[in-house]
Design a protein around this ligand. Structure first.
Ligand code: ARG
Length: 478
């Protein structure tokens, strides 16, 4: 019954068996486990360790096991401690003794590392697509609302007017970096451990003295890996790819969480900048009037578990002696959960953005004169006043307006000029009648036309860049 029973006289403690078992979560590796074994059977034949007939019987058997899983008809036995054991046990039932040849030169150590990498490799294209889906939703929304001006915040205090689209697109670029990181880490996932054996590699001369062993490059090509591991001890030990992926997932979720937090705040009655579509909200069982932004709160809340998964894995890895230790069995649940979580979170976030209602009037109503103080300082700069000085003068004007209970634009020219004449180094003409032209939020936005700025022309250019990267074209930062 056991893959390792020979050496043992008694049976393990029942609780120990339950404790040891990973089948409850690693069953999902069935497909990649079988795929890996089929490739391995081919490699064994090439190495002269299986006859063509044996290879064929093994492959047929493995395919039959796969069909049972597909049909939901695979029957687990209490002795199936993990997915590798379960598949091999069933294979033996179907094809008999020859099943015992499949594990030649292979260990569950290189097998499980291969399975997990293959599993993750197959998930990456879908994640990439979902990420692009969210980016696409952002670009479309940004394009639709290109005329909307809102307060831009720093320290969550009103700072300067910006385009709503400019704010939204800031998330596009966070996600774009996530996409690049995913491409990068994919390269390191696609390194094949198979052939490393338990830790020391396998003997190339298992049958004849001039054997070539199991062709690892053949296996890599067969399974879609781009390289083979250089060190068998590292190969069975290495879970960097899981750690990297979990960091990636945590960062993506942190980005989603920040977006969610802003939208939660803005959908409150106090802001009213946006309204969440009903499809992404829920009601309260007690208060009939409530429409709660649950989708956003979950996008924010899930960041906690994603960061937790990363910390959990790093903690498992820290202090592990090299090669395989059973601690490594703890790598799977965080990885699976991170995948499951993101595969829901990304499309939900895209749906939220796609259906979001934008309240341009509420945003306009939140624009105040104070947000144009920087423009007023720039006005003085254009008239030759050093910026530090103009900052000081405008600061005084803001204070004076506050004292008089007036919005800045209603502060009389005489008051502005009194401020400058009271300070010896600046001529009172620094402030002139035309200073009042500054009090125009649209003008303020359109003036910031530097590359990457908030002016409509710059944001249009940004949207073009965004579209280019989405279409897989070249991103040309200038
Ligand atoms: N279930 C194990 C895991 O997930 C498979 C590898 C077992 N290897 C061993 N030497 N016991 O890590």
């Amino acid at each position: 019954m056991k893959l390792w029973g020979g050496r043992f006289e008694g049976t393990p403690d029942e609780l120990m068996e339950r404790f040891n078992r990973s089948i409850g979560f690693d069953w999902r590796l069935w497909s990649v486990d079988i795929e890996g074994s089929i490739a391995y059977a081919k490699a064994l034949e090439r190495a002269g360790l299986l006859s063509a007939d044996e290879r064929e019987r093994l492959i047929q058997g493995l395919q039959a096991v796969a069909r049972e899983f597909e049909a939901g008809q695979f029957e687990f036995k209490p002795s199936d401690e993990d997915i590798h054991t379960a598949v091999e046990r069933r294979l033996g039932e179907l094809v008999g003794q020859v099943a015992g040849k499949l594990h030649t030169g292979r260990s569950r150590n290189d097998q499980v590392a291969t399975d997990l990498r293959l599993y993750l490799l197959k998930e990456i294209p879908g994640l990439r697509q979902q990420l692009s889906g969210l980016q696409e939703a952002i670009v479309v929304k940004a394009e639709q609302h290109l005329d909307v001006i809102m307060p831009g915040y720093t320290h969550l205090q009103r700072a300067q007017p910006v385009l709503f689209s400019h704010w939204l697109l800031s998330y596009f670029w966070m996600l774009q970096r996530d996409r690049e990181r995913l491409d990068e880490l994919e390269k390191r996932v696609a390194v094949l451990p198979l052939g490393a054996g338990a830790l020391a590699g396998h003997a190339t001369s298992l049958r004849s003295s001039a054997g070539l062993g199991i062709d690892r490059h053949f296996l890599a090509a067969e399974l879609g890996f781009r390289a083979v591991s250089e060190n068998s001890m590292d190969a069975v030990s290495d879970r960097d790819f899981v750690a990297e992926f979990l960091f990636w997932a945590a960062l993506v979720q942190v980005h989603l969480s920040r977006l969610a937090e802003e939208l939660i705040l803005w959908s409150s009655a106090e802001f009213g900048f946006v309204a969440l579509d009903e499809a992404y909200a829920t009601g309260s069982s007690l208060m009939p009037q409530k429409k709660n932004p649950d989708a956003l709160e979950l996008l924010r809340g899930k960041a906690g578990r994603m960061v937790g998964h990363l910390v959990a894995l790093l903690t498992v890895l820290k202090g592990l002696p090299s090669t395989y230790n059973k601690d490594l069995q703890e790598d799977k649940e965080p990885l699976f959960d991170a995948l499951d979580t993101l595969k829901l979170a990304l499309p939900v976030a895209a749906g939220v953005v796609r259906t979001l209602k934008v309240n341009a009037e509420a945003m306009a109503a939140a624009l105040d004169d104070g947000m144009l103080a920087t423009d007023l300082a720039d006005y003085l700069v254009r008239r030759g006043v050093p910026f530090r000085r103009s900052h000081e003068l405008v600061g005084r004007a803001v204070r004076r307006a506050e004292e008089l209970g007036l919005p800045l634009r209603e502060l009389p020219l005489a008051e502005f000029q009194a401020i400058t004449s009271a300070t010896l180094s600046t001529s009172s003409e620094a402030f002139d009648e035309d200073l009042y032209a500054v009090f125009d939020h649209r003008r303020s936005v359109e003036m910031r036309d530097s590359y990457g700025g908030t002016a409509t022309t710059a944001v249009r250019q940004q949207i073009e860049q965004a579209r280019a990267v989405l279409q897989g074209g070249n991103f040309t930062p200038t």
